[in-house]
Design a binder for this molecule. Structure first.
Ligand code: PEP
Ligand code: MG
Length: 889
C-alpha cells in the first residue's frame, strides 16, 4: 500500500523538513514546526506523487488515498474537538497547494471549506459571532466558485461593490451579519444562473472538488509559465495540504499576516512584516486593503499612523518574535512566515526560506557568517549566481534633482526608465519591438506574468510589500514600486495621474525601486558599487574557486569593464569586431575585394597599424594576464556592402564600376556561410591575412612589454579547425612571423598557438590536433550548432516550440547540452591531455557564463571559463559553487 497521506498536529508529525521532495515545501515545514512544538493547526499532506497519479488516471484519485485522507481528518477532528460537516462545532478546512519549489500565487487555494447552509449557522453559534460566520461563508463561496467551478471572481466582486454602494459602506468590515447573509444568497443565485447548478452543500463533495482543483492548478497556464521561467520540472507535481482553519476574521482581537525574519529588500537584521486586523490571509496577498506594519520600528519608518501589531497585540507579538528567532536559528536562514491570530492566540501557518533581493541575500549571508551561524563556504553557496545581474542594475545618479510625481513602497531595487503601458499584452508587444516600458497597473495578478517579464520596471498603485507585484518583481530582479497611493490610474482615459501631472500611454517615466519613487521622464543613472558585502562574498568565492575566469573582450573598453568585475585574462578576442569600427570597414572591404594578392597586401599593410594599436591596448590593460587572440573567423561577405546604395557608395570610394563590384560581391556569396569559407579556411586561402594579424600581435606584445614592464605571452587561437594539417599550415605561418618580429625587435617573445574546438571532428581527433595545438578553447556556440546540425542564428524560432512541447528542456545555445555536446567536450579534453598532459583547456562559447555549464566545466577539469564582461562575477561565483559541490561529492 502506498502511503499517500502524512498527518501533523499537536506537537507531532509523520513527516519532516527533509521530506520536502514529496511533501512539498509547505507540508514539510508544517511538519517540522510541529516537531519544534510550535502552534500549528492540525492537518495532513497528500504527497506530490498523487498529482502525477491524478493526471495519469484521468483526473481521479485512488480509493486508498481517499481512505487515508478520511483517517487524517479523523485525527484533526480529535485534536480540535470539531466535526467536519458537523452541525454543532463544525470543522472548517483550508486546502492549499505546496510544491517542492515555491511558486508564489501560481496555484490554487480554497479556504473555509466545509461551510454550507447548516454549518454556517453552527459556526456562528459556536463562535457567538454570526457576522463572522456569514463573512466566512461568502468568502468560501466566492473562492470555491472561482477555483473549482470556474465562475469569474469579478462577478462576485461586482455584487459586493454594488451592495456596499447601496448600503453606504466603505469597507468590507462595515457589513453586518444580515447584510453578509443577503450577499450569500445573491452569490448562490448567481452561481445557479451562470452554471445551471447549485453550490454544493455536501462537505465531502466540496473537499474532493477542492483537492482536484489544486492538482489541476499545477497545469494552469500561469503555473506552466512560472515553471518554464524557473526551470521547475513538470514531473514534480504539487502536494496538497489540508489543514484545520483558524480565523483571523474573528473580530478585532484577530488578525492575519506575513513576515520575514530579516528585511527581504535590504537584508537588514530586523523583523519585517505586515498584518491586517479582522481579516483572512488572502486579503493581505490580494492587496485589497493596505496592511499595517507588525513592528513599531516598521510603522515609524513607513510614516504610518495605523498601530503596529507590537502595540495592538503585545502578547501575541512577543510570542511571534520568539518563534521567528527559533525558526531562523533552526533553519539557519531567513524565513518567510504566515501567521494568524485567532482571538489573541497565535497560530503558525507557514515557514519557508524567504525570497530576497540579491543585495539582501548578500547582506544576510555575510551577517550570518559574522554571527557564527553559517560558514563562508555556506555563504558562497547561498547566492544564486544568475541573480548577481540584479546588482549590476543602474541606480539614479544621486546628484540629479528628482522630479517626483508619485511615491509608494520600494518593492524591488534598482531604477528603470521606460514608456508607460497599462497592460501586460502591451508590454510584451513593446518588448518584441525593442521598446523599453514600465508596466503600470492598479495591482498585478499572476495572469500578468508575461508582461512583467517583458517590462523594465513595474509600478502599482495598490498593495503592500508582499503583494503579487512586489514578490514577483523581486524574484525576477526587476525594479518595482508598489502601492503608489499618491497616484491614480484613470482606466477609461488611459492616464496615469500623479502629483501635478497627467501622463498618457507612451510617456516616459523612471521608477526608483530602492526609494519607492516615480519620476518624470528619463533620469541619469550611475553604475553600482561592487564592494562591501559583494566584495566579501566574492573574496570567499575566489578562495574556493579552482578554475580561473577570463572574459570575451574585443575592445579596450570591454577589457577595462571586465577587469573591474574581476576577469583574470581574456579568453577570446574576436578580432573581426575591430574591423567594423570607423573607416576601417573601407580598408577591410578593399582588402576583400582586391583582385590579387598584391592588392590584398596593400590593404593589409594599412590594417596592420590599426590592429597593432588595438592589441597593444588590450595587452596593456590586462597587464601580464593571459590574452587569447583569435584570427579572423567570419565569412568575408559579412563585411561587404549589400544594398544597391551601399554598393554604389563603396564602388565610388574604390574607383570601381558598381556593376563590377556587384559581380565581385555575388561571387563571394555562399549558400551556407556558417559552414563555408570561414575560420582557418580563410587563413589557408589568404595566408597574408593571418600573417598580418600575427605580426600585429607580436609587435603589440613587444610594445606593451616595453610600456608596462610586464611580460606578455600572447595566445594565438586558430578558429574552426577540423584537421591537424590545417593547424600545421597556419601555425607554420605564425611561427615564421614570430621569428621575423623577434629578429627585428631583438627580443624574445614567448607565445602559444592553440585552437578552438568547435567542430565534432576536432573533438574526436583532439589527441592528433594536440600534437600541434598548445591549448584548446571550446567554442561551444559552433560546437552546439554543428553537433545538433541546427543554425545558431535561426534556431530560436523552433527551439521555443521544442521547449513548449517538451521535446527539449532548455535551449542548448544557452545552457550546454551535457549529454551530447558535453560528451564531445569530455572526449576532447581527455584525448587532448593524453597527448599533452599540461595542456591548457578553456571554454569561450556563451556557455562560459552559464552556471550549469560552468559546473560541468569544473567537473571535467577545465582550467578556465571565459564569458562576456558583465557575466564575470556570475562566473566567479558559479565556479566557486561548482568547486565546493564537487569537493563535497
Ligand atoms: C564559439 O563558436 O563558441 C565561439 C566562441 O566563436 P564564435 O561565437 O565567434 O563563433
Ligand atoms: Mg565559433
Amino acid at each position: 500500500m502506498t502511503k499517500w497521506v502524512y498527518t501533523f498536529g499537536k506537537g507531532s508529525a509523520e513527516g519532516r523538513a527533509s521530506d520536502h521532495e514529496f511533501l512539498g515545501g509547505k507540508g514539510a515545514n508544517l511538519a517540522e514546526m510541529c516537531h519544534l512544538g510550535l502552534p500549528v493547526p492540525p492537518g495532513l499532506t497528500i504527497i506530490s506523487e498523487a498529482c502525477a497519479r491524478y493526471y495519469k488516471s484521468g483526473r481521479t484519485v485512488p480509493e486508498e488515498l481517499k481512505a487515508q485522507v478520511m483517517r487524517g481528518l479523523g485525527n484533526m477532528e480529535k485534536i480540535t474537538g470539531r466535526n467536519f460537516g458537523g452541525t454543532e462545532r463544525p470543522l472548517l478546512l483550508s486546502v492549499r497547494s505546496g510544491a517542492r519549489a515555491s511558486m508564489p500565487g501560481m496555484m490554487d487555494t480554497v479556504l473555509n471549506l466545509g461551510l454550507n447552509d447548516d454549518t454556517v449557522q453552527a459556526l456562528g453559534h459556536d463562535a457567538a459571532d454570526a457576522r463572522f460566520a456569514w463573512d466566512s461563508y461568502r468568502r468560501f463561496i466566492q473562492m470555491y466558485a472561482d477555483v473549482v467551478m470556474g465562475v469569474d471572481n469579478e462577478v462576485f466582486e461586482e455584487i459586493l461593490e454594488d451592495e456596499k454602494g447601496r448600503l453606504g459602506h466603505e469597507f468590507d468590515t462595515d457589513l453586518s451579519a444580515v447584510e453578509w447573509q443577503h450577499i450569500v444568497t445573491l452569490y448562490k443565485g448567481t452561481i445557479e444562473e451562470e452554471l445551471g447548478e447549485a453550490f454544493p452543500q455536501d462537505p465531502q463533495e466540496q473537499l474532493w472538488g477542492a483537492v482536484g482543483a489544486v492538482f489541476a492548478s499545477w497545469m494552469n497556464p500561469r503555473a506552466v509559465t512560472y515553471r518554464h521561467l524557473h526551470n521547475i520540472p513538470e514531473g514534480w507535481g504539487t502536494a496538497v495540504n489540508i489543514q484545520a482553519m483558524v480565523f483571523g476574521n474573528l473580530g478585532n482581537a484577530s488578525a492575519t499576516g506575513v513576515a520575514f525574519t530579516r528585511n527581504p529588500s535590504t537584508g537588514e537584521k530586523e523583523l519585517y512584516g505586515e498584518f491586517l486586523v479582522n481579516a483572512q490571509g488572502e486579503d493581505v496577498v490580494a492587496g485589497i486593503r493596505t496592511p499595517q506594519s507588525i513592528t513599531e520600528a516598521g510603522r515609524i519608518s513607513s510614516g504610518s499612523d495605523r498601530p503596529s501589531m507590537e502595540k495592538l497585540m503585545p502578547e501575541a507579538f512577543a510570542e511571534f518574535r520568539r518563534i521567528c528567532g527559533a525558526l531562523e536559528g533552526h533553519y539557519q536562514d531567513m524565513q518567510d512566515l504566515e501567521f494568524t491570530i485567532e482571538r489573541g492566540k497565535l497560530w503558525m501557518l507557514q515557514t519557508r526560506a524567504g525570497k530576497r533581493t540579491t543585495r539582501a541575500a548578500m547582506k544576510i549571508a555575510v551577517d550570518m557568517v559574522d554571527e557564527g551561524m553559517i560558514t563562508e563556504e555556506e555563504a558562497v553557496l547561498r547566492i544564486d549566481p544568475a541573480s548577481l545581474d540584479q546588482l549590476l542594475h543602474p541606480t539614479i545618479d544621486p546628484s540629479v534633482h528628482r522630479e517626483v510625481i508619485g511615491s509608494g513602497l520600494p518593492a524591488s531595487p534598482g531604477a528603470a526608465t521606460g514608456e508607460i503601458v497599462f497592460t501586460a499584452e502591451e508590454a510584451v508587444i513593446a518588448e518584441e519591438e525593442g521598446r523599453k516600458v514600465i508596466l503600470v497597473r492598479v495591482e498585478t495578478s499572476p495572469e500578468d506574468i508575461h508582461g512583467m517579464h517583458a517590462a523594465e520596471g513595474i509600478l502599482t498603485t495598490r498593495g503592500g510589500m508582499t503583494s503579487h507585484a512586489a514578490v514577483v518583481a523581486r524574484g525576477m530582479g526587476i525594479p518595482c514600486v508598489v502601492g503608489a497611493g499618491t497616484m491614480r490610474i484613470d482606466t477609461r482615459n488611459e492616464r496615469l495621474i500623479g502629483v501635478g501631472v497627467s501622463l498618457k500611454r507612451g510617456d516616459v517615466i523612471t521608477i526608483d525601486g530602492s526609494a519607492g519613487q516615480v519620476l518624470k521622464g528619463e533620469v541619469p543613472m550611475t553604475q553600482p558599487e561592487l564592494s562591501g558585502d559583494f566584495g566579501r562574498i566574492m573574496g570567499w568565492a575566489d578562495r574556493a574557486r579552482r578554475m580561473t575566469v577570463r572574459t570575451n573582450a574585443d575592445t579596450p573598453a570591454d577589457a577595462l569593464a571586465a577587469r573591474s568585475f574581476g576577469a583574470e585574462g581574456i579568453g577570446l578576442c574576436r578580432t573581426e569586431h575591430m574591423f567594423f569600427e570607423g573607416d576601417r570597414i573601407h580598408v577591410m572591404r578593399e582588402m576583400i575585394l582586391a583582385e590579387d594578392e598584391a592588392g590584398r597586401k596593400a590593404a593589409l599593410s594599412r590594417l596592420l597599424p590599426m590592429q597593432r594599436s588595438d592589441f597593444t591596448g588590450l595587452f596593456t590593460i590586462m597587464h601580464g594576464l593571459p590574452v587569447t587572440i583569435r584570427l579572423l573567423d567570419p565569412p568575408l561577405h559579412e563585411f561587404l556592402p549589400k544594398t544597391d546604395d551601399e554598393i554604389a557608395e563603396v564602388a565610388s570610394a574604390m574607383g570601381m564600376e558598381p556593376i563590377v563590384l556587384r559581380q565581385r560581391v555575388d561571387a563571394l556569396h555562399e549558400f551556407n556561410p556558417m559552414l563555408g569559407h570561414r575560420g582557418c579556411r580563410l587563413a589557408i586561402s589568404y595566408p597574408e591575412i593571418a600573417e598580418m594579424q600575427a605580426r600585429a600581435i607580436f609587435e603589440a606584445a613587444v610594445a606593451a612589454a616595453k610600456q608596462t614592464g610586464a611580460a606578455v605571452v600572447p595566445e594565438i587561437m586558430v578558429p574552426l579547425v577540423s584537421l591537424r594539417s590545417e593547424l600545421d599550415y597556419v601555425k607554420a605561418r605564425i611561427d615564421e612571423i614570430a621569428r621575423e618580429v623577434m629578429a627585428e625587435a631583438v627580443m624574445r617573445i614567448d607565445y602559444l598557438v592553440g585552437t578552438m574546438i568547435e567542430l565534432p571532428r576536432a573533438a574526436l581527433r583532439a589527441h592528433i590536433i594536440a600534437e600541434v595545438a598548445e591549448f584548446f578553447s571550446f567554442g561551444t556556440n559552433d560546437l552546439t550548432q554543428t553537433t545538433f546540425g541546427i543554425s545558431r542564428d535561426d534556431a530560436s524560432a523552433f527551439l521555443t516550440t521544442y521547449q513548449r512541447k517538451g521535446i527539449i528542456e532548455h535551449d542548448p545555445f544557452i545552457s550546454l547540452d551535457l549529454d551530447g555536446v558535453g560528451e564531445l567536450i569530455r572526449i576532447a579534453a581527455e584525448r587532448g591531455r593524453r597527448t599533452r598532459n599540461d595542456m591548457k583547456l578553456g571554454i569561450c562559447g556563451e556557455h562560459g557564463g552559464d552556471p550549469t555549464s560552468i559546473h560541468f566545466c569544473e567537473a571535467i577539469g577545465l582550467d578556465y571559463v571565459s564569458c562576456s564582461p558583465f557575466r564575470v562575477p556570475i562566473a566567479r561565483l558559479a565556479a566557486a559553487q561548482a568547486a565546493i559541490r564537487e569537493a563535497r561529492n
